[in-house]
Design a protein around this ligand. Structure first.
Ligand SMILES: [Mn+2]
Length: 319
């Protein structure tokens, strides 16, 4: 069996495309970009997502063709393509049954990815999984439609903070240029992502700033959301997705941490750094993962205990 991914995309048929729980722009853009491209190539392709599709990315082409459960697939995939997923348990789809007969291709850029696929393409230098999707599609002889371009561009700009985050280099911009050449309006993408927030997001931002705690002599900034905030504002946790970046914007701050109490039992923490602190390592010690400058975790520790653990880890890392 060949393990050359472009060759498989070219020759094989019947693909199921999946991504990670709590999907972000790279997850959704990569999934839909791959899915629509395979359909353009005349393949049978399904995209499956158990999470509800975030409103912020509802403009993405192909969103209406996303299935939510294996029962709704009208056929059996031979291949599962997992995109932007760091570990198998984080796939947002019930793939266990399909996995028994299908081959799993794992395409990702998280350094914590353990290579859980039967075939793995893990490139940690890539700033987004969307770039890897674009590259394998191009090697398979596919030139992106404007719809596919839009999806992949979404992944690229959201994972790089519009080309702002660490790791952006000439390859990133070259790929962005090639993706834009597919012929869609780039402002149509950025406007939907950054200038169409519901007003309730501003309320979330107000709470975020009201509750900041400046710790470790200004090198760590934390804030907290509670389950009740989302209920009261009619917002979803995913709408607070990138507010954590606000916490590391000030001079002297090395790490920003946003804690979210999702339920009585589960807290989520998003960690961002902008220098020497490797937050992926901190997240990993608490059961999560991610990148050096952006990581996350879910924990069953009580909020106060989780917060204390994180402060201790950041203090250690700053030593
Ligand atoms: Mn990503």
């Amino acid at each position: 069996m060949t393990t050359d991914i472009p060759d498989i995309l070219k020759r094989a048929d019947r693909f199921l495309i999946v991504t990670h729980v709590n999907p972000d722009g790279d997850a959704l853009g990569s999934m839909l970009g791959m899915h629509l491209a395979l359909r353009d190539m005349g393949k049978k392709s399904w995209a499956m997502l158990k999470d509800s599709f975030p409103e912020r990315y509802a403009f993405l082409p192909g969103r209406d063709s996303v299935c939510t459960s294996p029962e709704s697939l009208n056929g059996r995939p031979d291949w599962i393509v997992s995109l932007d997923v760091a570990s198998e348990g984080r796939i947002s789809a019930d793939v266990d049954l399909i996995r028994r007969t299908a081959t799993l291709i794992n395409i990702d850029h998280h350094p914590t990815n353990n290579g859980f696929g039967d075939i793995n393409l893990i490139q940690t230098e890539a700033t987004s999984t969307a770039e890897l999707v674009f590259t394998v599609l191009r090697r398979a002889g596919y030139a992106p439609s404007p719809e596919v371009g839009k999806c992949l561009y979404t992944g690229l700009i959201t994972d790089t903070g519009c080309f702002r985050f660490a790791g952006v280099n000439s390859d990133t911009l070259r790929l962005a240029s090639d993706i834009l050449a597919s012929g869609f309006d780039s402002y149509d993408v950025t406007r939907h992502i950054y200038e169409e927030y519901p007003l309730r997001r501003m309320e979330l931002e107000r709470l975020l700033l009201e509750r900041i705690r400046i710790l470790l002599e200004g090198r760590l900034v934390m804030s907290t959301f509670y389950e009740d905030d989302f209920k009261r504002l009619g917002a979803s946790v995913s709408e607070s997705e990138d507010l954590v970046n606000r916490l590391r914007e000030n001079s002297g701050v090395e790490v920003g941490v946003l804690l979210t109490q999702i339920s009585d039992e589960v807290c989520r923490a998003s960690l961002r750094s902008k220098g020497r602190v490797d937050v992926a390592r901190i997240a990993a010690t608490l059961g999560g993962g991610g990148h050096k400058n952006a990581a996350g975790l879910r924990s069953t520790l009580p909020l106060q205990a989780l917060q204390a653990e994180i402060v201790r880890c950041v203090a250690d890392a700053l030593q």
